[in-house]
Design a binder for this molecule. Structure first.
Ligand code: CA2
Length: 150
């Protein structure tokens, strides 16, 4: 049986605290349940998922580099690195995989420093403010894109 195309799910700093703190902003689901939900949804769409979360920029860069030849797309919530990291942008540009950027909260309704993203202009889609459902929508975007580009 041929292997399913794989997506890399990347969560950046502090997202390991999902469901533990600040439920008003980020909901009550844990990171583990989000990752399981994404994997289940991807399976329904004929895709497999590998998930990484780190509070360390270099770990995220390494995971993205490693996905270059093994994965078909990236779903990423870069957390605060969204607003700061040229290195993360360069890593995503370097691997040339389709990227969907996800934010649980509506970053545009928050502080001005959250309105700029180093990723958005190179992403195929940006989903913000849909809560953790946004990760499912991101899988849908990549599934449709991969189907239409195959
Ligand atoms: O809305 C999002 O998903 C963000 O990417 C979350 C980041 C924030 O810096 C971005 O501006 C928007 C923060 C992630 C922190 O996650 C926590 C989760 C639970 C408790 C505390 C932090």
């Amino acid at each position: 049986m041929p292997e399913l195309p794989r997506l890399l799910l990347v969560n950046g700093p502090n997202l390991n605290l999902l469901g533990v703190r600040e439920p008003d902003k980020y909901g009550t689901e844990t990171l583990a349940s989000v990752e399981a939900m994404v994997a289940a949804h991807a399976t329904n769409r004929g895709l497999a998922v590998d998930a990484v979360q780190s509070n360390h920029e270099g770990v995220l860069l390494d995971a993205i580099h490693a996905a270059r030849t093994t994965h078909a797309g990236v779903v990423i919530n870069p957390g605060a690195f969204t607003h700061t990291s040229v290195a993360l942008r360069d890593a995503l540009l370097g691997v040339a995989l389709p990227v969907v950027e996800v934010h649980i909260s509506n970053v545009h309704a928050r502080e001005a420093f959250r309105h700029h993203s180093y990723i958005s202009d190179m992403a195929v889609a940006v989903i913000a403010g849909a809560g953790t459902q946004g990760y499912r929508f991101a899988v849908d975007v990549l599934a449709e894109r991969l189907a239409s580009h195959s």
